[in-house]
Write a protein that binds this ligand. Structure first.
Ligand code: NAD
Ligand code: UDP
Length: 317
């Protein structure tokens, strides 16, 4: 069956996840309008589409209203790495709250479906493990991570209030740690940090004792999940966890990356940042049942592609 092509807005489309999402939507035949203010996004992530007649780029800050026509909206605009979202915490909170109000207003005016890129951070430092969507979270409202965590929680509230109050078709994805090519080089996130350190023979910076856990999802798996969620029946709003349930310690991640790169990097222990969650693992029962989705890329294979990407960047310097 041939699905008619749609005009789709992707906010935050010049970022890491957004640019991969745009690749998939264009490959499917859709028209894409990328809306980004380049706060953390990079032109290089979307440069390969600039001559495509089905692709359009608008430099715009979503904290200001936007008047466009579209058939659906993927709302991803928001810095995601702690050092990025903590650089201007007030702007981060505005991006989640004002940005969501503006995009929800646009969706309401046009009567179109809108998807929110929420996050596992809404669970904070979780006391329930693994995290199910029914868990309300354990979030510090006044800490260094709060501008992001509470902003994303407020955005979820806005999405559900627009749904209840205005009958808007919404989709809320709670995204867990995702990695892959096009992660920002200076984003300070663990996968990019460790890969760059290993490739450059620098010490691996382990925060705390390295026994805190995360579960890493390859970006292609995440993008497939986002598209399945957007295309799911109207009555399924989420929130739904999208992530890879294979949990590991940060120390084990460091060892795996060092082994693949074949580096002899030493380990340098540093203080754990404040409010750093001790453990994180998605329960994806709901995504399996409602979206028939589960990640398929093994950590090793995803890391190899990511390492090759960063290696290419370093060689080009
Ligand atoms: P990213 O920083 O690479 O991309 C975010 C994009 O949003 C960038 O292109 C940035 O320039 C743009 N942006 C930021 N503020 C904006 C504004 N006010 N107006 C317009 N554009 C703006 O981050 P990412 O990893 O690609 O994350 C994308 C989305 O997924 C974010 O909403 C993030 O919260 C969510 N998410 C990501 C992860 C992950 O592990 N990568 C995990 C959970 C949730
Ligand atoms: N981390 C680390 N060394 C680094 C960067 C991060 O040990 O160089 C740790 C960090 O303290 C956290 C985990 O790795 O426990 C994941 O950090 P990241 O910033 O990638 O994501 P988040 O904390 O938002 O899940």
């Amino acid at each position: 069956m041939i699905t008619p092509s749609k005009r789709i807005i992707v906010t935050g489309g010049a970022g890491f996840v957004g640019s991969h999402l745009i690749d998939s939507l264009l490959a499917r035949g859709d028209e894409v309008l990328c809306v980004d203010n380049f706060y953390t996004g990079q032109k290089a992530n979307i440069a390969h589409h600039l001559l495509d007649a089905k692709f359009e780029l608008i430099r715009h800050d979503v904290t200001f209203p936007l008047y466009l026509e579209t058939d659906e909206i993927y709302h991803l605009a928001c810095p995601a790495a702690p050092i990025h979202y903590q650089r201007d915490p007030v702007q981060t909170l505005k991006t989640s709250v004002h940005g969501s109000i503006n995009m929800l207003g646009l969706a309401k005016r046009l009567g179109v479906r809108i998807l929110q890129a929420s996050t596992s951070e809404v669970y904070g430092d979780p006391e329930v493990h693994p995290q199910t969507e029914s868990y309300w979270g354990n979030v510090n409202p006044i800490g260094l991570r709060s501008c992001y965590d509470e902003g994303k929680r407020a955005a979820e509230t806005l999405f559900f209030d627009y749904h209840r109050q205005h009958g808007l078709e919404i989709k809320v994805a709670r995204i867990f740690n995702t990695y892959g090519p096009r992660m920002h080089v200076n984003d300070g996130r663990v996968v990019s940090n460790f890969i760059l350190q290993a490739l450059q023979g620098q010490p691996i910076t382990l925060y705390g004792d390295g026994l805190q856990t995360r579960s890493f999802c390859y970006v292609d798996d995440l993008v497939a999940g986002l598209i399945k969620l957007m295309d799911s029946p109207a009555e399924f709003t989420g929130p739904v966890n999208l992530g890879n349930p294979s949990e590991m310690t940060i120390k084990a991640l460091a060892e795996t990356i060092v082994e693949i790169v074949g580096a002899g990097s030493a380990v340098e222990y540093r203080d754990l940042p404040s409010d750093d969650p001790k453990q994180r693992q998605p329960d994806i029962t709901l995504a399996r049942a409602k979206l028939d989705w589960a990640p398929s890329v093994a950590l090793r294979s995803g890391l190899e592609k990511t390492i090759a990407y960063f290696d290419g960047l370093l060689s080009a310097q």
